[in-house]
Ligand binder design. Structure first.
Ligand code: ADP
Length: 386
């Protein structure tokens, strides 16, 4: 028996998600879970494979304490296996990292320079790295980047129309959610081989949301840009905005960088438009007209990007929905595809309502595929350990 285990850590601003795998030919999942509501009243959920999830209130927890709470519960689930590698989701890898990176003190310092580019994620991702290095000083620590999957975009999909020196400074369209897109590209190759070489759009619709045009399993273009603010409206992020709005707010409303950061990252999107929630489930259940308008805006952006990404691809063979909203909301999927017959895109209403994997009724295949970013990280760690 192989006696090694892999841990994956996805540390966000208010949660720390984890998964544990036994090292084998392919990583075998042992358990997954998360600490939610980091701060004075955190709770831990642990879901061992084949068992039901267990939840516990753990009180005060920062990232290090959350990891400690996870490890306290994980011991029995590892069945004596030693943690040989820890894989970290790190949102921003900047212009140079197109592959996973072994983490030492110098690498952590290098990655911390991208904190201003992903303030909702990068500082917390690196806090998770520091906590894991302290807990497992002998284990391999590996960063897996959300930007890496998009690093071979053609120049015209990688740049803004600014003077060229800004591109050289690293002001580029990085694209994010790359771990999710890598997983979906792998699923298409493995489960839908006729689509592997085709033209697909993947809609990753979670709290953060973006869409990616895949050609032959590689990222051609993405709705996200320099930061994870661009493109679709999200739970609390604005998505696409005319930069003139920011100039106006600075000049005429006296807003500072901090004010704008808070506005664009935490107070906008579904939360800002509805006035009460970032949570799609709550908006869909609400009778308030503002909730319906927020949903309408959200869907309008998705439809807009379906058109734009199809143009990038020169046609469309498949549309894939994934992440919290994409996997679970037949209503949003139906709104996104409504009246898109001109593109060959229409839904089988029953299959959509039933949550089937194949929900298309036209020439363009429409798929619902649950994403698994943890598994992509675990595979990368397994490869590095080998
Ligand atoms: P994260 O980006 O934090 O990983 P998730 O992928 O878990 O987010 O997605 C969270 C979003 O999914 C929330 O807005 C939540 O309301 C939404 N969601 C989950 N289930 C449903 C559902 N059945 N219907 C509509 N939205 C849902």
């Amino acid at each position: 028996m192989n006696v090694a285990a892999i841990l994956t850590i996805n540390a966000g601003s208010s949660s720390l998600k984890f998964a544990a795998y036994a090292v084998g030919d392919a990583p075998q999942e042992l358990a997954r879970g998360q600490v939610e509501r980091l701060g004075p009243a955190a709770s831990l959920t642990v879901h061992a494979k084949g068992a039901s999830a267990e939840r516990e209130e753990i009180g005060q927890a920062d990232h290090a304490q959350a990891l400690r709470a996870i490890l306290d519960h994980l011991g029995p689930l590892l069945h004596g296996r030693r943690v040989a590698g820890v894989g970290h989701r790190v949102v921003h890898g900047g212009p140079d990292f197109a592959a996973p990176l072994r983490l030492d003190a110098a690498a952590i310092t290098e990655l911390s320079q991208f904190e201003p580019l992903a303030p909702l994620h990068q500082p917390y991702n690196l806090a998770g790295v520091r906590a894991a290095r302290a807990a497992f000083p002998d284990a391999l620590q590996l960063a897996c980047f959300d930007t890496a999957f998009h690093r071979d975009h053609a120049w015209e999909h990688d740049t803004f129309a600014l003077p060229r020196r800004y591109y050289d400074m690293g002001i580029r369209r990085y694209g994010f959610h790359g771990l999710s897109y890598e997983f979906i590209a792998g699923e298409l190759a493995g489960r839908f081989p006729d689509l592997e070489k085709g033209r697909a759009i993947v809609a990753h619709l979670g709290n953060g949301a973006s869409m990616c045009a895949l050609r032959g399993g590689r990222s051609l273009s993405s709705t996200m840009g320099f930061t994870a603010l661009d493109g679709l409206a999200m739970g609390t992020r604005c998505g696409q905005i005319d930069p003139g709005v920011l100039l106006y707010l600075m000049q005429n409303e006296g807003m500072s960088t901090d004010d704008l950061t808070r506005l664009l990252y935490r107070e906008s999107g579904l939360k800002g438009l509805s006035g009460f929630s970032h949570d799609m489930r709550r908006l869909l259940q609400s009778d308030m007209p503002e909730a319906a308008q927020a949903v309408r805006y959200y869907v309008t952006r998705i439809r807009h990007e379906i058109g734009a990404l199809t143009a990038d691809l020169g046609g469309l063979d498949a549309l894939v929905f994934t992440a919290g909203v994409g996997e679970n909301s037949d209503v949003i999927r139906a709104m996104a595809c409504d009246g898109m017959g001109w593109l060959g895109l229409s839904l089988d209403r029953q299959a959509n309502a039933d949550g089937a994997t194949e929900i298309g009724a036209g020439p363009v295949r429409v798929l619902v595929i649950p994403t698994d970013e943890e598994r992509v990280i675990a595979r990368a760690v397994a490869d590095a350990l080998n």
